[in-house]
Write a protein that binds this ligand. Structure first.
Ligand code: UD1
Ligand code: CA
Length: 456
């Protein structure tokens, strides 16, 4: 169920598209669901901003049912009736509870099967049950459930119950759809509550049971910004713990932001205040120093990222060193053992093995060979105001400091460019290009000037 607006978030974006752990909330639920049930048997009920929600998870191969008007969780299932009719069993997942694990979905499904029940509710014991529906068991310690009462309709005694309804259920499909029209919207929200099925099926002498989630955190729903942040923190700490269990050192994990799809190899060290986002993969034996932000990048083994670097869509090969204060933009490929130093920006640039650009440089749309030395303050002038052009710097080239390379231009293998040159024409291999005004020295000029000043 993912059709709701998420009124309590006060957002113009649908609730299930808000991100936790670096991914839309709904994407997490879909990932867990499709580990238990094949995507072609998963149906997402969408409604509010349906197109955007559909787009966000379409790649997973799940199906969609549109609930044009969102008249409650019970109504969401009424709308899905036709799509679900061919199935014997329906598992209902709340699209706004992203911590749910495949194991817990499986547990719900197994418990449902073993108990031959018509409705099985996944419940949890919470320290603070405020806001959730409460599970009213027929008698203490027994699996049978009499009803679920929503917080707004609960009596003070019922509100004291700490066993809550997770919003995840398993149903016998035939029984569910036989009785679903008995739901009414006569309640404080004027909605059709799926939770009312517990009492309806109970009255029809059907078996309704609850099974408790082992980890109550898994069922946390994200109705408010505060709840989302809490879920995000749970997810990221779990991610750090998983990485540490696999051999990654993370100093001060509370200060790091690591998205849930990130992969990091053993013996890599992550220093405090680092962000590693999106589909980033980092090899083993790397060190990522503080204040670095890496998104959607691939970093090989033995790489050093010094403090305060920004990498986005970059690739860094084995043993390279980057930073401090480097910015690698999309399409940057830093070769094996290469060095990119402070205040160097690269974009769509390939740098060969062992090449160095250590200081204050812009390299955009450049093809740089191996063993190249790029002097401080070098700039590739890649943009003529309308189009981008390529600079080619072949193996073993030495670019003197403060040079500008006006693309399209090529510096041939082994050539030297003198400091402060403005290179507008290709430089042949093994030659020296000097493209600057020759120095003039006027000997005695200062004395002459002083003398003329004294006269006047
Ligand atoms: C629901 C349960 C509550 C439970 C809690 C657990 C009901 C009436 N209450 O409350 O007992 O403790 O979940 O988190 O079910 N949705 C639709 N269509 C709709 C309405 C909602 O698809 O017409 C979707 C929402 O997008 C959301 C999910 O269903 O993903 C749950 O709806 P929400 O409004 O968050 O229910 P809660 O108030 O949290
Ligand atoms: Ca909710």
């Amino acid at each position: 169920m993912a059709a709701g607006k998420g009124t309590r978030l006060k957002s113009k974006h649908p609730k299930v598209l808000h991100e936790v752990g670096g991914k839309p909330i709904l994407a997490h639920v879909v990932t867990s669901a499709t580990k238990v049930i094949p995507a072609q048997d998963v149906f997402a009920v969408i409604g509010h901003e349906a197109d955007r929600v559909r787009q966000a998870v379409a790649h997973t191969g799940v199906n969609f049912v549109v609930q044009a008007e969102q008249r409650g969780t019970g109504h969401a299932l009424m709308v899905a009736r036709e799509a679900l009719a061919p199935y014997d069993q329906v598992i209902v997942l709340s699209g706004d509870a992203p911590l749910i694990s495949p194991e817990t979905i499986q547990k719900l499904r197994d418990f449902h099967g073993i108990n031959h029940s018509s409705m099985t509710i996944l419940s949890a014991q919470l320290e603070d049950p405020t806001g959730y529906g409460r599970v009213i068991r027929k008698s203490k310690g027994k699996p049978e459930v009499k009803a679920i009462v929503e917080e707004k309709s609960a009596t003070p005694a019922q509100r004291k119950l700490r066993e809550i309804n997770s919003g995840f259920y398993a149903f016998d499909a035939k029984v569910l759809f036989k009785h679903i029209d008995e739901l009414s919207n006569d309640n404080p929200h004027g909605e059709f509550y799926l939770t009312d099925m517990a009492a309806i099926l109970g009255k029809a002498k059907k078996r309704v049971v609850a099974v408790m989630a082992t980890d109550p955190n898994e069922i946390l729903g994200s109705n408010t910004r505060a709840e989302m942040v809490e879920i995000d923190q749970h997810m990221r700490m779990a991610k750090c713990r998983q990485l540490m269990a696999n051999g990654v050192t993370i100093f001060y994990p509370q200060s790091c932001v690591i998205d849930c799809d990130v992969e990091i190899g053993a013996d890599t060290v992550i220093e405090p205040f680092v962000q590693i986002l999106g589909n980033t993969r980092i090899g083993s034996d790397c060190r990522i120093r503080s204040y670095t932000v890496i998104s959607n990048s691939v970093i090989a083994d033995g790489v050093s990222i010094l403090p305060a670097c920004v990498l986005d869509g970059a690739q860094v090969l084995k043993g390279a060193t980057v930073g401090p204060y480097s910015r690698l933009r999309p399409g940057s490929e830093i070769g094996e053992g290469a060095h990119v130093g402070n205040f160097v920006e690269t974009k769509k640039t390939r740098m060969g093995k062992g090449s160095k650009a250590n200081h204050l440089t812009y390299l955009g749309d450049a093809e740089i060979g191996a063993g190249v030395n790029i002097g401080a303050g070098t700039i590739t002038c890649n943009y003529d105001g309308a189009h981008k052009h390529t600079t080619v710097i072949e193996d073993g080239v030495f670019i003197g400091s403060d040079s500008t390379l006006v693309a399209p231009v090529k510096v041939g293998q082994g050539a030297y460019v003198a400091a402060a040159s403005c290179i507008t024409d290709d430089v042949p291999s093994d030659s020296l290009a000097v493209a600057r005004a020759r120095q003039i020295v006027k000997e005695g000029w200062v004395n002459a000037k002083r003398a003329s000043r004294e006269k006047s």
